[in-house]
Design a protein around this ligand. Structure first.
Ligand SMILES: [Zn+2]
Length: 463
């Protein structure tokens, strides 16, 4: 998979100093190597790129009181739990969440961390530390919320911040962590949560700051019909008009979900070059709807894949998201509409487009990063699937990575994470998750209790 969509049967890939240094077919002698990773009988793809996630939500995964309601009731139930986040909870949840992603063939992940409780500490630096420990390529986004219930928003006061504080903290984090160089392991983006959980002033100021710092912009957009109603009532415009009004219509931005754009808005997104993170599992679990993926791609929009947060799409496997995107594409437009190759392209080069790294990540070509996955194509699940390895990879399964390599280093080997600390991290994760959920349950607050309030609140919120 490269700019020419090249496929090589029986080939090899050489990685030197973290970058792809050569590729060849069965007739080309590979260069001498310090280490050879066998891939015979398998499929090698570029590492998959995750363009939307809220990793901390794995602390409230499949949380029963939040299930079965609307997006608003789901959020209203979970905000109070998330207000207990601190540096340790974010570090441990990121370690576990990024490991889960690596097992599913992801080599670059974003994270949209928009809950910053007062006194919670430096949560972005805590998750970056986990990514560095694991060796995962990481694009955290400095999320933010500034409109609480008292200002007509949905979140409680305990998880929103002052807007000047958000901007100052964004600038500090970019200065500390953002690496613009080729092959960078950490890049930051700025990410107000949605057009309706922050003020237009913060949206505009964030776009200006991103321009000044030359970093990317991310937010939720057009994810629910109720967002249309809210934006029309509050701003007198539809969400994508409001997005343009505050200076976000550009190829600096990529947005999550984008379920509800009308045809004219799809065209405008393509003209701007604004990317879309398609989150098929989350969109189905919360009943949000079907994103117009084929239409967006035809309009020139870079479309990547997102597993979304682990409290709405509770499994975080990009293989699963790629397969689901393929199935949804066929359901919408017929069986010829979305091939396994289309889904692979969305999961790799499409994600690179969202993150502004085309030619650098999401492909196997000389000079691109040495991020790749060796997938098994044998065993019971693949018996009889002999004719096309890419169709087999996405139609059979379920599949997890055999080997996951980032910058030439193994994160997963023979289906097992290489770092020895996972067991201890899982024990601590369970304690932290139990503490967050128990404290909430002990307070006697239930999802049903909150939902009556949420249903009367005009403001929605992001997944
Ligand atoms: Zn989201």
């Amino acid at each position: 998979m490269d700019a020419d969509r090249r496929e090589i049967r029986g080939g090899w890939v050489a990685v030197t100093d973290g970058l792809v240094s050569a590729l060849g077919g069965p007739g080309d002698p590979p260069p001498p190597a310090v280490r050879v990773l066998p891939a015979s009988g398998g499929l090698v793809t570029p590492g998959l790129v995750n363009t939307h996630h809220h990793i901390y939500q794995n602390l409230t995964r499949a949380y029963a009181p939040a299930l079965g309601g609307t997006l608003f009731t789901w959020l209203s139930t979970l905000y109070p739990l998330w207000s207990r986040l601190d540096e340790e909870a974010v570090h441990v949840s990121a370690y576990v969440g990024l490991t889960e992603l690596a097992l599913g063939g992801c080599t670059t992940s974003t994270d949209h961390l928009y809950v910053h409780p007062r006194g919670g500490g430096d949560l972005i630096s805590a998750e970056i530390a986990a990514a560095r420990e694991l060796g995962m390529r990481f694009h955290p986004t400095r999320g933010s919320m500034s409109r609480s219930v008292k200002d007509g928003g949905l979140p409680p006061d305990s998880v929103v911040q002052d807007e000047d504080e958000i901007l100052a903290e964004s600038e500090r984090l970019v200065a500390r962590h953002h690496d613009p160089s080729h092959g960078a392991m950490v890049r930051l983006a700025l990410a107000p949560c949605s057009p309706f959980s922050v003020s237009p002033r913060l949206m505009r100021a964030t776009a200006e700051l991103a321009e000044c710092l030359d970093v990317r912009l991310h937010t939720h957009l057009a994810e629910d019909p109720q967002e249309d109603e809210y934006c029309l009532a509050t701003f007198g415009r539809r969400p994508i008009d409001q997005f343009a009004e505050v200076g976000w219509g550009s190829d600096r931005a990529w947005v999550a979900h984008c379920i509800c754009p009308d045809p004219e808005e799809v065209t405008r997104l393509g003209t701007w070059g604004t990317g879309v993170a398609h989150c098929p599992s989350s969109n189905m679990i919360l009943g949000g709807g079907l994103a117009p993926v084929a239409e967006l791609r035809a309009a020139g929009v870079p479309v990547g894949l997102g597993c979304d947060g682990s409290s709405s799409a509770d499994a975080a496997s990009l293989w699963l998201e790629a397969r689901t995107a393929m199935l949804l594409g066929r359901l919408r437009h017929g069986s010829a509409a979305m091939s396994a190759r289309d889904a692979l392209e969305i999961a790799t080069r499409g994600g690179a487009g969202c993150l502004g790294r085309v030619g650098e990540i999401g492909e196997l070509s000389v000079g691109a990063v040495g991020d790749l996955v060796v997938w098994p194509l044998d065993g019971v699940a693949f018996a009889g699937a002999l004719s096309d390895p890419i169709d087999a990879w996405l139609r059979c399964g379920p599949v997890a990575a055999r080997h996951t390599v980032v910058a030439g280093k193994l994160l997963v080997e023979d289906g097992v994470p290489v770092h020895p600390g996972l067991s201890e991290m899982l024990v601590r994760h369970r304690q932290l998750a139990a503490g967050i959920q128990r404290a909430f349950d002990d307070a006697g607050i239930t999802g049903a209790g909150i939902s009556a309030t949420a249903r009367t609140d005009p403001a929605g919120g992001p997944r």
